[in-house]
Design a protein. Structure first.
Length: 329
C-alpha cells in the first residue's frame, strides 16, 4: 500500500483533515467524550460535541485543545488516532507523512507534544507548520515572493497575526482571544445583565445568528432560553445584535490593538506592500459580522475575507505537501 500524505488543521474548535489527491475529507469538532470511571472513550467528534453540557456525572465531553495547544495529551492522541485511522484505512503499511498546523508563538515543548502525539499514531514523518503561514497559502497568497503579505487567522482558541515574505514569517503575534472568547463574552454579558445562565452551545448559536462587532452592521433579534439565577427556573429573554456588539466590543478591540502592534514592528517596505495588497482574514472568526469593517476603520488598510475562511488552513496543508521545500524542516 502506498501511504497518503495528510494535512491536519488541529484547531481548538474543529479538526480538518486534508488527504493529498482527495481534498478535505474530514471536518469534525475537536471534542472527546470520556467515561471518567472506566477511562473509556465513548465518542469523538460530532457525536461527542452533541453531548457537550448534556452528559451525566461520570461522563464528560471535553475539548482536548485549549487556546490552540494541547490541554489533555491523552485525549488529543486518542482523537488524532481516530481521525487518521478514519481517513487512512487500517493498514499498518499505510504510514503517511503528516503536516500539522499549530498557532505561531507556541513553545517548543508544546510543538514537541503535538509532534509526539502524531508520531504515536504511526506517521512516517511529521512536519509542524505555523497556522498563519499555511492559512495564507490556502487563501491563495503567493508567500514565496519578496513582497509583504499580512494574514489574520482567527480560530477558536487563538488569533494569529503574521507578516509574510519570501516563504517565511517576518513578524508575528498570537493572542488568546478568538471565537471561544466571544462565546464566553456573550455568556458573561447575559449572566450579568439578565441573571440568566446559558450553555456553551447556546452562546455560540447567538454569536452566529445575531452577533456583530461593528456598530449597525447587523439588526437581528433572537429568543434565548436559559436558567434564571434568582429563581432557579427556566426563563426566556429576547436579545438584539446591538447588545451582542456591546458584549464583544472589548475582545474585538484587543484583536485590533494586537494587529496595530504587529504593523508597528513591520519594516517600512513591507508595510507599503500591505497598504497596496490589504490584509487577509482567515479562520472561522473571520465570519464575525463587521470584523472586517472594524479593522478597516481602525487600521486605514483594506481588509478582505478569504473565499473559504473555515478551510484555508486545511487547503494550505495540501498545497504545502506538494511543495515540501516551503515547509520548515
Amino acid at each position: 500500500m502506498f501511504s497518503k500524505d495528510i494535512g491536519i488543521d488541529l484547531g481548538t474548535a474543529n479538526v480538518l483533515v486534508y488527504v493529498k489527491g482527495e481534498g478535505i475529507v474530514l471536518n469534525e469538532p475537536s471534542v472527546v467524550a470520556i467515561d471518567f470511571d472506566t477511562k473509556k472513550t465513548l465518542a469523538i467528534g460530532s457525536k461527542a460535541h452533541d453531548m457537550l453540557g448534556r452528559t451525566p456525572g461520570d461522563v464528560k465531553a471535553i475539548r482536548p485543545l485549549k487556546d490552540g495547544v494541547i490541554a489533555d495529551f491523552d485525549a488529543t492522541e486518542v482523537m488524532l488516532n481516530h481521525f487518521i485511522k478514519e481517513v487512512n484505512g487500517k493498514s499498518f503499511f499505510n504510514r503517511p507523512r503528516i503536516l500539522i498546523c499549530c498557532p505561531s508563538n507556541i513553545t517548543q515543548v508544546e510543538k514537541n507534544a503535538i509532534k509526539e502525539a502524531a508520531e504515536r499514531t504511526g506517521a512516517k514523518k511529521v512536519f509542524i507548520e505555523e497556522e498563519p503561514k499555511v492559512a495564507a497559502v490556502g487563501a491563495g497568497i503567493d508567500i514565496s515572493v519578496p513582497s509583504g503579505s499580512m494574514v489574520i487567522d482567527i480560530g477558536g482558541g487563538t488569533t494569529d497575526i503574521a507578516i509574510l515574505s519570501l516563504g517565511g514569517i517576518v513578524t508575528s503575534a498570537s493572542l488568546k482571544v478568538a471565537g471561544d472568547t466571544f462565546d464566553n463574552d456573550i455568556k458573561k454579558y447575559i449572566k450579568d445583565k439578565y441573571k440568566l445562565l446559558i450553555g456553551d452551545r447556546t452562546s455560540e448559536e447567538i454569536k452566529l445568528k445575531i452577533g456583530c462587532v461593528y456598530p449597525k452592521s447587523r439588526k437581528e433579534k433572537m429568543e434565548v432560553k436559559g436558567r434564571n439565577l434568582v429563581t432557579g427556573l427556566p426563563h426566556t429573554i429576547i436579545l438584539t445584535s446591538e447588545e451582542i456588539e456591546e458584549a464583544l466590543k472589548k475582545s474585538a478591540n484587543m484583536i485590533v490593538n494586537k494587529v496595530k502592534n504587529v504593523l508597528e514592528q513591520t519594516p517600512p517596505e513591507l508595510a507599503s506592500d500591505i497598504i497596496n495588497k490589504g490584509i487577509m482574514l482567515t479562520g472561522g472568526g473571520a465570519l464575525t459580522v463587521g470584523l472586517d469593517k472594524l479593522l478597516e476603520s481602525e487600521l486605514k488598510v483594506p481588509v478582505k475575507i478569504a473565499e473559504s475562511p473555515l478551510t484555508c488552513v486545511a487547503e494550505g496543508t495540501g498545497i504545502l505537501l506538494d511543495n515540501i521545500n516551503l515547509i520548515d524542516r
